[in-house]
Design a protein around this ligand. Structure first.
Ligand SMILES: Nc1ncnc2c1ncn2[C@@H]1O[C@H](COP(=O)(O)OP(=O)(O)OP(=O)(O)O)[C@@H](O)[C@H]1O
Ligand SMILES: [Mg+2]
Length: 502
């Protein structure tokens, strides 16, 4: 069997954690190879080793029959390995084309051959159906478009092994379909794709082979034709999963959150929000979906208090909070799970204990006469770590040292611990594994069953459909319709999201 890539006995330890424990993995040329596993299983670490961002303690990697020199200074890019990270490394003020060629500018003699570069990029765009406007500034792109720029950047540098670490977490269902088509095109051309995801349906749809990791080890490796979602899930978690949680009650009370004719004019002529009206009642989960860029994130910023609307108001239990600070809103009973944990949810240099306490330092439970109560904080930390399965359970571990999914669990645990009157949750399970997703869903439904309100903003239609009592759709800065759960289907919502029907 000819493998383009053979990872052999790779081990990597961080203080207190064995991230990769004697990992071996073979990848064939021209396949989509999925890599799955629970949060913290070691997927990103392994790919970072291959890409040259992390040095292994021991082990070898053989690429096209030759050992990679995994020493100081090793760069995957020099060996045709490209990686598309969850967090993009683009320059906002540059155009798409400038970003793609940056650092790899083609020259003709001493002059920059911009036309030649453009031709090469246009060829790639046509060949793989990666749609993006080369002249736009990166700051004006949606996340999905920015990801396509990263893809072009990698291809422009002639990568023939392309690593994608949870690329679909930030994509809408339509964008994910486009990405899968591109992935299949890449492998049809003889390139190789390594694809990390938590969505096992995607594994089945787009991959040829799947490797399952658990606790730093490889626990399974098979052609996707020989497995299914349930078996993969069991292999990942090491046990049978509970059934997904279901809503028990559905009696609603008074409105707890009202958004009244909110408008936002960001720049003259640019109106991310036209006229948004919403109401969340006691005991209700209101889902809000939409293709990214239709105003949902601006609405989130207005709700949390990072932006002032140009007109309209936000009312919590009858109290107008439109002009209040984020802290005052939290006091009024709101809690927030932000769309981006790294910029809004966590402080990378803070410890787990501090991150779990963030925004609650003044809480009477944790401070006495101006002094923090170390014992109460330690108790709360260990309670949340246990309930949400945050790993590693070390209260002193810094935010940056947690895997992506565990960072997300920290944010969710902290916000739910406030037992808010209204929870505003934006993509709450982004990057979170199946087990933890079920857990977070259970907690969200628990809020509603306990008579609290939840506004769930998510592009994940399956998630919105399974949790919401009513579902609103945002399109071009307005809520174009609200459906009862019983009337909503993925198809109907999809059409409304595209502005086709209401
Ligand atoms: N820089 C670091 N310092 C300390 N520990 C780290 C560091 N990077 C990763 N780890 C630890 O290594 C383990 C594996 O993390 P990794 O990011 O590879 O997991 P993952 O499988 O990608 O998880 P996720 O699905 O949540 O992204 C985790 O326990 C994590 O806390
Ligand atoms: Mg990861």
């Amino acid at each position: 069997m000819d493998f383009i890539l053979e990872i052999r006995d790779v081990t990597k330890t961080f203080p207190g954690t064995v991230a990769n424990d004697d990992v071996s993995l073979n990848v064939r040329r021209g396949e989509v190879h999925a890599l799955v596993g629970e949060n913290g299983a070691g997927k990103t670490t392994l790919m970072n080793i291959l890409y040259g961002l992390v040095r292994p303690d021991s082990g070898r990697i053989v690429l096209r029959g030759a050992d990679l020199p995994l020493k100081q200074g090793f760069l995957g890019t020099d060996y045709g390995i490209g990686m598309i990270h969850q967090h993009f490394m683009l320059i906002r003020e540059f155009t798409v084309l400038e970003n793609i060629i940056l650092g790899a500018e083609p020259t003709r003699g001493p002059v920059l051959d911009r036309a030649g570069a453009r031709r090469k990029v246009e060829d790639l765009i046509a060949r793989y159906g990666i749609e993006v406007d080369l002249e736009r500034k990166v700051r004006d792109l949606s996340v999905g478009e920015a990801q396509r720029v990263e893809m072009l950047k990698v291809l422009y540098r002639n990568a023939d092994i392309i690593i994608m670490d949870e690329p679909t977490g930030v994509l809408t269902p339509q964008e994910a379909c486009g990405l899968f088509a591109t992935m299949r095109g890449l492998v049809a051309d003889g390139r190789t794709v390594i694809f990390i995801t938590h969505k096992l349906g995607e594994v089945m749809d787009v991959s040829d082979t799947v490797t399952v990791m658990r606790h730093g080890r490889v626990v399974g490796d098979m052609p996707v034709g020989e497995t299914d979602v349930a078996r993969l899930a069991e292999l990942m978690v090491g046990r049978r999963l509970d059934a997904p949680p279901r809503r028990s009650g559905s009696s609603f009370g008074a409105p707890v959150l009202r958004v009244d004719h909110v408008r936002l004019e960001a720049r003259p002529g640019v109106k991310p929000l036209e006229d948004v009206c919403l109401e969340v009642r006691e005991g209700e989960v209101l889902g809000l979906c939409g293709v990214e860029g239709n105003g949902q994130f601006e609405l989130f910023e207005i709700l949390i208090g990072l932006r002032r609307p140009s007109a309209g108001s936000v009312v919590v239990r009858g109290v107008d909070v439109t002009r209040r600070s984020p802290a005052a809103r939290r006091e009024a009973g709101l809690a927030f799970i932000p769309p981006d944990r790294t910029t809004m949810g966590l402080i990378a240099e803070f410890s787990l204990r501090e991150n779990l306490l963030l925004g609650r330092q003044g809480d009477r439970r944790f401070s006495r006469m101006g002094f923090l109560d170390g014992e109460a904080i330690a108790e709360e930390t260990s309670r949340l770590v246990g309930e949400f399965g945050i790993a590693p359970p070390d209260p002193d571990a810094r935010g940056y040292s947690f895997s992506g999914g565990n960072q997300q669990k920290i944010v969710v645990a902290r916000e739910l611990a406030r037992d808010p009157e209204v929870l505003v949750a934006c993509q709450p399970t982004r990057g979170v594994d199946i087990g933890a997703t079920r857990l977070i869903h259970t907690f969200i439904l628990g809020q509603a069953d306990g008579g609290k309100g939840v506004l769930l903003i998510s592009a994940d239609l399956a998630e919105v459909l399974s949790l919401s009592d009513r579902i609103g759709v945002m399109y071009r800065g307005a809520v174009v319709g609200v459906l009862d759960r019983g009337d909503a289907t993925e198809e109907k919502l999809g059409l409304m999201m595209a502005g086709v029907a209401d």
